[in-house]
Design a protein around this ligand. Structure first.
Ligand code: UFG
Length: 328
């Protein structure tokens, strides 16, 4: 029985594929390579195509004995989602609907879905619990929340059991140094700071120092990409045991400010990293910290790389080895 990883050539998807292969699982990957990288795939049977293409889905589901699906395929730039909401609704919701139709038709009953802290919007309480209010402040978060609701109704109608995992800030790279984070364009804090460390960028801009936080900069819960992948594996195993659908946060429950992340990166790299204050970025909540008690209790999740220093060390190892990212 194989596990289908949609978006398996992306940042989190490729770490998922690596982990499944390490566990001896049979892996099938479907990716349209709009954002994914061929070199990020360490194995698995690859199908190149889009989830909105019925023909490729038919091929994947008829040629393989798929037991469960892990779905990472999505557009995920918060800023872009505000200016191009229809692109986000069409792709993120449309492709998952198509995938669910294929799952219904081929009687595949387990899915682990890549959701996000952006479903909460500006939180009322810290740490954030899964049943706190969800009020997305951008179309990206809205599209993921919509899929969570669609999953609920597909469970009700077709018995497709799901686990939706709401990630906080995915970061770090595989311990082997072989795969890591390469977004184009890059907008995430840690890779951008490392580009400054590599001399590819003059400075890192700090988006706002007038937030209601200890040092005035935004606080985030950084979680290692391998720990995220591990949570998906545990979620698949749990669904295989016949357990019910669930939504879980994934974070370390510890927040770090932008300034703290820069300072830790200076320590890890031993390099001076120039930083400069800039205005706030629209739509950034001041503080996002997860309660992951539910994932720990229900999935038995225990993050291994839970210190910011380790997260940055693994990212630095990959960036040093791949200064130009994956070669296209
Ligand atoms: N930041 C800077 N300078 C930069 C880049 C980022 O100061 O050059 C700050 C941001 O303002 C934010 C923090 O660093 O406060 C982290 O920013 P990222 O862009 O790395 O990550 P986000 O918190 O914006 O986004 C993450 C995920 C999204 C998800 C979102 C949930 O990447 O997919 O959390 O709110 F939607």
């Amino acid at each position: 029985m194989a596990i289908l990883v949609c978006g398996g050539a992306g940042y989190i998807g490729s770490h998922m594929v690596a982990q499944l292969l390490e566990k001896g699982e049979e892996v099938v990957v479907l990716d349209n390579f709009q954002k994914g990288h061929h070199d990020s795939l360490l194995g698995g049977k690859l199908y190149s195509g889009d989830l909105r293409d019925d023909a490729i889905l038919h091929k994947v589901f008829t040629e393989n004995n798929i037991d469960a699906v892990i779905d990472f395929a999505a557009d995920s730039l918060v800023g872009e989602s505000v200016t191009e909401p229809l692109k986000y609704f069409e792709n993120n919701i449309g492709s998952t609907i198509n995938l669910l139709k294929a799952m219904r038709d081929y009687k595949v009953k387990k899915i682990v879905f890549s959701s996000t802290a952006a479903t909460y919007g500006e939180p009322d309480n810290i740490p954030i619990l899964e049943d706190d209010r969800t009020f997305p402040t951008n179309p990206y978060g809205e599209s993921k929340l919509a899929v969570e609701k669609i999953l609920k109704w597909c469970d009700n109608a077709y018995g497709i059991k799901y686990t939706a995992l709401r990630y906080f800030n995915a970061a770090g790279a595989h311990i082997s140094g072989k795969i890591g984070e390469d977004h184009r364009p890059e907008s995430h804090l840690i890779p951008l700071i490392l580009q400054v460390a590599l001399g590819q960028r003059e400075k890192i801009m700090i988006f706002g120092d007038d937030y209601d936080t200890e040092d005035g900069t935004c606080v985030r819960d950084y979680v290692h990409v391998t720990d995220l992948a591990n949570a998906h594996l545990l979620a698949v195993e749990r669904l295989r045991r016949g357990e019910d659908s669930v939504i879980c946060n994934l974070g370390n429950g510890k927040g770090f400010s932008v300034k703290e992340v820069i300072e830790t990166t200076r320590k890890v790299t031993g390099l001076k990293i120039k930083a400069e204050m800039a205005p706030r970025r629209a739509g950034d909540p001041a503080v996002l910290i997860a309660s992951s008690d539910k994932a720990k209790n229900i999935l038995g999740w225990a993050p291994k790389y839970d210190s910011l220093q380790t997260i940055i060390e693994t990212a630095w190892q990959w960036h040093k080895g791949h200064p130009d990212g994956y070669v296209k």
